[in-house]
Unconditional design. Structure first.
Length: 256
């Protein structure tokens, strides 16, 4: 005797909202993960703003606008996308949450979408807070090409999350996700100019750093701030990171 198939009801807007709220609570409760991605870049901003704000570079924009702010914004995106998000996914996989969701109408992919949405909210708050501090306290100037700056920020956010998905795919445990994420963050950051002028690096390393998501984001944002054209190589680098990150994580990521 065959059983009568029961209708499957996919999660509706209320389920999505509850999941987003749960993810938001998880992020808020993770004190280090909440404060460090915003606090560390803000500290760098405060330490650098006074001297950088007096050095005019181009089109009335100072070193604060052209160098410090792009670096601070990129750090906020990178810490959230490469370190925070993979650690949460690794925890959910390790604790069996993703496996249990796989046998319910709710797909494990919902957790990924919710985590990305909360991460984007966190980075948006961080970028807005850094900009408010820089403009209100240190008289920072807006980018000459405002639309280009927003476009680069969106592309850079996607690229950082794509790198983070590779970390989440490779890391077997939450602790290893944090370790791999930190190592990746410092590697791309060092090559991208986070610890000093990229020109001080050997030519080969400087070229590699400029083609990685961190360096490409900083360079593209700097161009938008001065009013120069954003170089296609930087946009191609960010797009390539998104495509490669998506392909690698799709091939390697396991829900359990």
């Amino acid at each position: 005797m065959t059983g009568i198939p029961l209708p499957v009801h996919r999660p509706g807007p209320r389920s999505w909202l509850e999941l987003l709220i749960c993810e938001l609570k998880m992020v808020v409760r993770d004190t280090a993960g909440l404060i460090v991605p915003i606090g560390l870049p803000m500290l760098i901003l405060v330490m650098s703003a006074s001297s950088a704000g007096r050095q005019e570079i181009a089109n009335g924009r100072t070193a604060l606008d052209v160098y410090v702010l792009p670096l601070v914004f990129t750090m906020i995106l990178a810490t959230t996308g490469i370190i925070n998000m993979p650690s949460f996914l690794a925890y959910y996989r390790r604790s069996g949450i993703l496996r249990r969701l796989a046998v319910t109408p709710a797909s494990p992919a919902m957790v990924l979408v919710a985590q990305v949405a909360v991460g984007v909210l966190q980075t948006s708050i961080g970028v807005a807070a850094a900009w408010a501090l820089a403009s209100l306290v240190f008289d920072a100037n807006p980018p000459v090409h405002l639309a280009a700056a927003f476009g680069v920020l969106a592309l850079a956010t996607a690229a950082m999350y794509a790198v983070g998905m590779i970390v989440a795919a490779l890391a077997p445990t939450p602790n290893s996700a944090v370790a791999i994420g930190l190592a990746s963050f410092f590697a791309v950051g060092a090559l991208g100019g986070m610890f000093g002028n990229r020109e001080s690096l050997p030519d080969a390393l400087a070229a590699i750093g400029e083609s990685l998501p961190f360096g490409a984001s900083v360079q593209a944002l700097s161009a938008a701030w001065t009013g120069a054209a954003v170089q296609p190589v930087h946009l191609i680098s960010l797009t390539a990171a998104i495509l490669i990150g998506g392909a690698v994580s799709a091939a390697l990521f396991r829900w359990e």
